[in-house]
Every structure is written in structure tokens, then in C-alpha cells.
Design a protein. Structure first.
Length: 248
């Protein structure tokens, strides 16, 4: 992988017709490692993820990957991006191998390399025994693990996962968090969620957002110290409550 990995978001704003502003001047800079993006439903997390994944465009502001503006040049980041959206869909009649092979072909991966990569990923996400089962029979946790596999097809430098553990049982959530932690290594991983325990278990770098704004960022200890709270959840609730009171 390239030594340089830098993602810089500056003064990002996103407006939708007849809706509250989704992003309101959000700025953040990231390097290699795991960022836990924590915020309540409607905080703007998914909108930010979609813009970073070049699925949506901002109303104003900039996003730069290694100093290249991805709004003007989206392919600069698409080539190194792995994305698991909150509404990840499947083809229920396809098997895991067929589904991943189809996506690899869509992304232009050579067939031989794709086949080898798919075998490696099915081992990584613990789906080898289910590789030929129709996806319609997969549990929620299995589908999410398949979602991670498709996001890793191109061995991305930037991995974005949006609300990946919603609807999973406790055992699957723990397994999924362990998988994300193993994947961090020499890449940028952004985990967006409203579940404090998921972020706390994986990320040493946490950003708290609400109403489209960055409220606080730091390690768990730094956030607790800044909020005078005894826990990360307490710090999270403190910052979100303070933001709501400011708006009111």
C-alpha cells in the first residue's frame, strides 16, 4: 500500500430541499487507523459517509484524498475505497461466491485474481462453509460479513462501514467488531454508528457528531476528561445534550 494516506474534510455542508441541513460546516482530518464516528440517528453520519464514498455530492466544502479533490475527481478515491452502506443489498438467489464474483467483474478485477481474492475473503469473514448457499438464507450477521467481504475485494486503503451492527444479536456484534479491528492495519477505517459500545470496543479515535456538526474528537480518556463524565457513553450524552441545548 502507498505510504501516504490522508483524508481531509473541510467545512462540509449538505442541504436537502425542505429538510434540516444534514451537514453544517463539518471539518475533520484522518490518517491510518480506526475512527469511530458516533452520533444519534439523524446526526448526518450517513450523509457524510455517502459523500466520502462519492455516492453523493456536498452543497459546499471540500473532501481531499492525498491532496486530490474527490468531488471533482471521484475516481481518485473510488480506486482505493471499500464501502459497506447501511442499506447493503444482496441478490437472494445467488451464492456468496457468485455474488462476490459478480461484484468483482463489475469492478473490473481480473477473473483469476478475483477468484483467489474471494477465497481469501471468505476465510477472513468465516463464510467458507456457506460459500455455495443462497444468500436469501443468510442471517443478518452473515450478510454483514458478506458486506465486509465485498468492501474488501480491491484491498482498499479507505474502508467505510455505516451502522454495520444494527439488528445483529450480541454474539454477531462482538464477532463483527473483532473483524473490523483486525482489518484496521495500514488503512483508514471509518466506523459510523450510534452504538457507543461498538465504537468503544474498536476505536481509540472517536468523533462525536450531531446536527451535522463535529462536537468533539479524541481518545476515550480525552472525551471523558473534557466532559467530566465517568464513561465514554456519559461523554457522548454530555456533548449531544449540550449541542441540543445550544440549538434550542
Amino acid at each position: 500500500m502507498s505510504r501516504i494516506m490522508k483524508l481531509v474534510v473541510e467545512n462540509l455542508r449538505k442541504d436537502y430541499p425542505r429538510k434540516p441541513r444534514a451537514l453544517d460546516g463539518l471539518s475533520i482530518a484522518l490518517g491510518a487507523g480506526v475512527l469511530g464516528l458516533l452520533g444519534p440517528n439523524g446526526a448526518g453520519k450517513s450523509t457524510l459517509m455517502r459523500i466520502l464514498a462519492t455516492v453523493a455530492k456536498p452543497t459546499s466544502g471540500s473532501v481531499r484524498w492525498n491532496d486530490v479533490d474527490i468531488v471533482s475527481h471521484p475516481n481518485a478515491i473510488r480506486e482505493v475505497l471499500g464501502y459497506l452502506p447501511q442499506d447493503f443489498g444482496i441478490y437472494p438467489n445467488l451464492s456468496a461466491v457468485e455474488f462476490l464474483s459478480y461484484l468483482a467483474a463489475v469492478r473490473g478485477l481480473p477473473a483469476a485474481a478475483a477468484s483467489k481474492r474471494i477465497d481469501e475473503l471468505l476465510v477472513l469473514v468465516n463464510l467458507v462453509e456457506a460459500r455455495k448457499r443462497p444468500l436469501g438464507g443468510f442471517s443478518g450477521g452473515m450478510r454483514q460479513r458478506l458486506g465486509i467481504a465485498q468492501a474488501l475485494l480491491n484491498d482498499p486503503k479507505l474502508l467505510i462501514v455505516d451502522e454495520p451492527t444494527v439488528g445483529l444479536d450480541p454474539e454477531e456484534r462482538v464477532r463483527f467488531r473483532q473483524l473490523l479491528e483486525e482489518l484496521s492495519g495500514e488503512r483508514i477505517v471509518i466506523l459510523s454508528t450510534h452504538i457507543v459500545s461498538d465504537v468503544e470496543a474498536i476505536a481509540s479515535d472517536i468523533a462525536i457528531v450531531a446536527a451535522g456538526r463535529l462536537l468533539a474528537r479524541g481518545t476515550p480518556a480525552e472525551l471523558m476528561r473534557a466532559s467530566a463524565a465517568p464513561s465514554v457513553e456519559g461523554a457522548y450524552l454530555h456533548f449531544v445534550k449540550s449541542a441540543r441545548e445550544t440549538v434550542a
